[in-house]
Ligand binder design. Sequence first.
Ligand code: COA
Length: 258
Amino acid sequence: MNFENILVDLKENVAIIMINRPTKLNALNKKTIHELHNAFSSLELDKEVKVIIITGSGEKAFVAGADISEFANFNVEEGTELARKGQELLFDFVQNLKTPVIAAVNGFALGGGLELAMAAHFRVASSNAKMGLPEVSLGVIPGYGGTQRLSQLVGKGKAMELIMTAGMISAEDAKDWGLVNYVVDLKELIPLCEKLASKIKRNSSVAIAAAIKAINANYATDINGFEVEIEQFGISFGTNDFKEGTTAFLEKRKPNFE
Ligand code: COA
């Protein structure tokens, strides 16, 4: 895969996508969003890929937001389209990916950067990371799912405060808030994500995809998550991974999932 603004590396069934616009603090312009969409969709189809880690290049930023220079002159229709297209191509797309996505937050995760991290299935941060949704300081609101996902992850009151103040929180505060699962030194960030990925990749990818679908259903208003869980639970019984997982347990051996 050849891209201009991202790097993709695959090793031992774990893909690392690195957003690579360090001079712009990895800000998400239109091209980067399209490249990320293409990378995520082809990695999802690649049976070799069991886990995807998304991070930013350099030691300063994960992603410092949507590229402000690209939308500064937009009108109402263009603004609406920017949010709609971005959510469809990247943020909702990542949230609903069948392959688990871990965000390795290696510095500033602001605006669209935090929104991308929140769209990932879970987050790990380096101790220098700083997170916030500063859009109201620009006269706009988060448009890539930030008002929804931040409230879901940290609760309404904290989301209101962070968005209204346009402030930034430290990695440690983000951990206390439940926004990130772990905080480690920057040099330990990717190794920890790889360690978590190695635990995930031992398990059934088919079952993990079903679990992602069921967990995400909790946050959809038009469907009943419990019903989705029942349906996905039932479907599992028809998979080869279920036969292998249960047989391996009864035969006291490790499962060998397809
Ligand atoms: N969009 C476009 N360019 C951005 C950007 C963004 N969201 N964030 C940073 N950059 C660019 C800067 O314009 C600068 O480019 P230049 O060198 O060509 O002028 C470069 O990245 C470095 O940023 P700079 O502001 O000089 O770094 P800093 O260390 O002084 O400050 C931040 C870092 C993150 C505090 C600051 O860049 C910032 O506030 N960025 C915008 C954050 C934001 O509002 N995001 C939400 C967007 S909706």
